[in-house]
Design a protein around this ligand. Structure first.
Ligand SMILES: Nc1ncnc2c1ncn2[C@@H]1O[C@H](COP(=O)(O)OP(=O)(O)O)[C@@H](O)[C@H]1O
Ligand SMILES: N[C@@H](CC(=O)OP(=O)(O)O)C(=O)O
Length: 329
């Protein structure tokens, strides 16, 4: 079957009734454009929302239940979400069918909380598509070769969506989230962050690997193998990031694209400055070496610089790098 598009909706895009209404409008438009749609959903909302992953995890203590049971309770959020969305679609006259990861044919390795997808049996989703249904797949989960429920690691619904895109020969995967794409830094840290319009797979992978959690790195790898165009977007704006093999965002030596942050432990965070041939950026290097920013450890690589700092110094430091070397760089 041609013209397949996979749409993934993250927990933050499914939160309210109005979000879910906007999702139905997106699906409707994509169908009108002639696409056969496969949906992948995450658990609704974030900590505090009834069936969000972190809310479910608050009901248990890791040492009281096994990893197997942790995977089972965590998987419930996505299952509930898939049924909520399919019921909305059916109520509006679409034909939709919710599937758990196992029902969608996703077989994984045996690590309960951090499994890898080994294969996807296409038959169930394919039959639904042939019959005019919109499959709504619960993301983040699969079934191990031993028959247990497994998780694809935190943020893993992106992996479900990219793997399904590859197996079904989709040319495009749209990931809906609460930010208008991959940005020059986390907009929750700095509101002057701007959306990066175009990235190639390698640039996106570097950002994802160093804490830019908009997309799971494993999802980029699945997409890259089949050259699938990824769009990262939000329901609320027309801005987006387009990730492809080649980018229009060719970087001059010494330039920076993104500053990411990643928690190391309770007290420390790692800041990563990502760019091209950063050894050519003498201003940046001397800024780091000669300004007192509370840096505890520093590593230079050709395409990134990693700094470890106490948590309280991170915001200021991100602000300085962003202002001096991205906004005015
Ligand atoms: N460079 C970045 N660009 C955009 N967002 C970022 C970046 N780094 C971190 N983020 C954070 O990633 C969040 C989106 O990822 P996530 O919470 O996993 O969403 P979803 O539920 O849609 O999967 C944003 O709310 C933002 O705070
Ligand atoms: N709900 C899971 C899986 C996931 O991918 O979620 P989201 O797409 O909302 O980041 C998690 O919180 O890890």
């Amino acid at each position: 079957m041609k013209n397949i598009k996979v749409l993934k909706f993250g927990g933050t895009s499914l939160r309210t009734a109005s979000d879910r209404k906007s999702i139905i409008e997106v699906i409707s438009k994509e169908r009108e454009r002639g696409y056969n749609i496969i949906l992948v959903v995450s658990a609704i909302g974030r900590l505090g929302d009834p069936y969000a992953t972190d809310t479910l995890l608050k009901y248990i203590k890791y040492n009281e239940i096994s990893s197997r049971e942790t995977a089972v309770i965590s998987s419930c959020g996505e299952i509930i979400s898939s049924i909520v969305l399919s019921s909305h679609l059916n109520a509006l006259g679409f034909k939709a069918a919710a599937l758990t990861g196992a029902e969608a044919g996703i077989t994984t390795s045996n690590e309960y909380l951090n499994a890898q997808i080994i294969s996807i049996d296409k038959r169930k989703i394919q039959n639904l598509l042939n019959e005019g249904y919109i499959p709504v797949v619960a993301g983040f989960q699969g079934q191990s070769t031993r028959g247990d429920i497994t998780l694809l690691s935190r943020g893993g619904s992106d992996v479900t969506a990219a793997a399904i895109s590859q197996i079904f020969g989709a040319q495009q995967l749209d990931i809906y989230t609460d930010v208008p794409g991959i940005m020059t830094t986390d907009p929750k840290i700095l509101n002057s962050a701007r959306t990066l319009k175009y990235l190639n797979y390698n640039q996106a992978l570097k950002i994802a690997n160093s804490g830019g959690k908009v997309i799971h790195p494993e999802a980029i790898r699945w997409a890259q193998e089949n050259n699938i165009l990824i769009k990262i977007k939000t329901l609320k704006s027309s801005q987006e990031t387009i990730i492809t093999k080649k980018t229009r965002n060719n970087l001059a030596p010494g330039s920076i694209i993104c500053v990411t942050t990643n928690e190391m432990d309770e007290k420390r965070e790692k800041i990563t400055i990502i760019g091209n041939k950063l050894n050519k950026n003498k201003d940046l290097q001397s800024y780091i070496l000669y300004h007192d920013m509370n840096i505890q450890s520093l590593s230079f690589f050709p395409d990134k610089i990693e700094l470890i700092l106490p948590k309280q110094s991170v915001k200021k430091c991100v602000e300085v790098f962003h202002k001096n070397f991205i906004e005015n760089g």
